[in-house]
Design a protein around this ligand. Sequence first.
Ligand code: NAD
Ligand code: GLY
Length: 356
Amino acid sequence: MSVQHTVNVELGARSYPIVIGQGLLGGGYDLASYVAGPDCLIVTNDTVAPLYIEALEASLRDRTSTSISLPDGEAHKTLSTMASILDALVTAGASRDTTVIALGGGVVGDIAGFAAASYMRGVDFVQVPTTLLAQVDSSVGGKTGVNHEQGKNLIGAFHQPGFVCIDTDTLSTLPDRELKAGLAEVIKYGAIADIAFFEWLERNMDALAARDPAALAHAIRRSCELKAAVVAADERERGRRAILNFGHTFGHAIERCQGYGQWLHGEAVAAGMVMAATLSDIDAADVARIRDLVTRAGLPVAPPAIGASKLRQAMALDKKVQRKQLRFVLLPKLGEAIVTSEYSEAKLDRLLAAAA
Ligand code: NAD
Ligand code: GLY
């Protein structure tokens, strides 16, 4: 066991640690100390369960655990899947001191977290994220929820975990395409909040794409630190937290137009970040730096041919829209971000034309 680093999310009485290391599952780390009551429900899916559930159970020592395995995929991130978790909690005789543990990627984490937020008006929740995207983004910050036919993540709640356990060894089984999708969110943090980290990514992107463990551990740690700071400052996204959506106005619209599952979320965000950087008032050389990094991560830099007007219509459904006015996360300079409704319509038209 080698605990490499702990990042704290500072939220007063609801603060919690994110532990990042190798060999944490399988008994290497005492997860039981974060399960306050005698029992827990592990929520996982049919892909992740055969890989890691035994190791997780071993880390829970004397705690009684039952589990539910969900069908894999974003298509199952629904209220009816969430209801199946609530049924499992009732069937297991779960009480107020039961802990829900999410073992999997962002889909499992979001649904399990929402079930934890709802059961008996809220029980303890632990995240054990196993995709890069979940390790650097979705497991931290307490956004939980499910999709509605009319849109992604329309139903949900803020419910912070009490602990996030990131065993970086789990990335060894993650398909390449999923790893690259996670790298998009890592690039995002450098672009919006930390120029030194962006420069580190420029030096280390090849190592990351080749799954170098030390490089991945550093990228996960720095991403978690940056996200933790934003969440601590604006837990419920009244303002600054929206910068975490850099590239997402375009990205969500691409996903929606193509149909979910065509491009992965990280792929759409990657193209969206290059578009948002182009819309920003920064040097062309800095836009090129973002485009280069995205390319080196093996991610797309432009939208697919889905049609400019379709893309614009989809963007109008963005959650940041206020009084029908689009708002974007833009970069006043590389390494800093603002949310603004001031942008060049002509530039936006040219950008959308690329999707024609
Ligand atoms: P995912 O959960 O669908 O996981 C991707 C695929 O990898 C799945 O097939 C999964 O079964 C598989 N998998 C997971 N871990 C594995 C492992 N270690 N080895 C092999 N296969 C593994 O997708 P994701 O990218 O992790 O998460 C996307 C979801 O996260 C979306 O629903 C998105 O809305 C949500 N999200 C939430 C937040 C938040 O703040 N709550 C932030 C970003 C994204
Ligand atoms: N992924 C955006 C957020 O957590 O706010």
